[in-house]
Design a protein around this ligand. Structure first.
Ligand code: CAA
Length: 257
């Protein structure tokens, strides 16, 4: 299938998506986000895909929502266009998603990276929420995910000044998993994806769900939830295979059953 704003490929069990709208620094206009949601949903349904990588270009991951698309909008048009419905589709993807970020991840670009489950950053990466400079504020999770990731003080400063942080600051703040030289970005991100992709798919799905649950529940409810998912995994073939393989001192072969 042809894609207009994405380059899509497969590398073993990893589905790779490259944002590709270079003339506007991968600005995330509605058709791009729609296409991204569609491709992610297809990969989520495809049993061959066990982990997903989202990346951009060497100079920019994504420079945010498309300002040209929004400049003349009014509140009613914004409300009725319901553009964040596409972001909600992305939030509902069950498979692990890794973002590989080089250069600018600004506004919606930073929000997209944060909507992924892990972030591998090139040394050149910059993360920011500059919407305040446009007279607005983040709208795709920037005030919520950023605050949970880096804490109130840093999030306030980033959102209220619009000033981006470097890859090093993002790592210190706990926003990214690791920093790598630009030339190794895809290699290192793929290494992480392959490591994840080798695990049991149903356990991956439920483990992702349980970690995300920690962000919107009490500790008691979260622990109950975790236990139920844990017990459920004992009805999978992969649990039998994983534990048998350990006892037999061999590598497990997970089939997602
Ligand atoms: N939307 C639309 N077009 C964009 C864009 C965006 N977010 N970011 C860059 N572009 C376009 C520029 O208009 C320019 O187009 P032309 O060549 O036709 O003039 C082209 O991409 C190259 O950009 P620059 O010339 O500005 O490149 P630069 O290297 O000088 O600067 C930059 C790079 C610092 C990223 C700068 O482009 C910039 O500040 N971009 C805007 C970042 C921003 O404000 N993002 C937040 C958007 S709002 C949002 O995301 C809301 C939300 O929460 C959902």
């Amino acid at each position: 299938m042809d894609h207009r704003f994405l380059k899509v490929s497969w590398d073993g069990r990893v589905g790779k998506i490259r944002l590709h709208r270079p003339e506007v620094l991968n600005a995330l206009h509605t058709p791009l986000v729609e296409e991204l949601a569609e491709v992610l949903e297809r990969m989520d349904q495809n049993p061959e895909v066990r982990c997903i990588l989202i990346t951009g270009g060497d100079r920019v991951f994504a420079a945010g929502a498309d300002i040209g698309e929004m400049a003349d909008a009014d509140s009613v048009r914004m409300l009725l266009s319901d553009q964040f419905a596409q972001w909600e589709r992305i939030r509902r993807i069950h498979k692990p998603i890794v973002a590989a970020v080089a250069g600018y991840a600004l506004g919606g670009g930073c929000e997209l990276a944060m909507a992924c489950d892990m972030i591998v950053a090139a040394e050149t990466a910059h993360f920011g929420q500059p919407e305040i400079n446009l007279g607005v504020m983040p709208g795709a999770g920037g005030t919520q995910r950023l605050t949970r990731a880096v804490g109130k003080a840093r999030a306030m400063e980033m959102v209220l000044t619009g000033r981006p942080i470097s890859a090093g600051e993002a790592w210190e703040a706990g926003l990214v998993n690791r920093i790598v030289p630009l030339e190794n970005l895809e290699l290192e991100a793929m290494k992480l994806c392959r490591e994840v992709a080798a695990k049991a798919p149903i356990a991956l799905r439920l483990a992702k769900e349980a970690v995300l649950k920690a962000f919107d529940t009490t500790i008691a409810d979260g622990l109950d939830y975790e236990q139920k998912l844990f017990y459920f995994l004992f009805s999978t073939e992969d649990q039998k295979e994983g534990m048998r393989a350990f006892m037999e001192k061999r590598r497990p072969h997970f089939r997602g059953e």
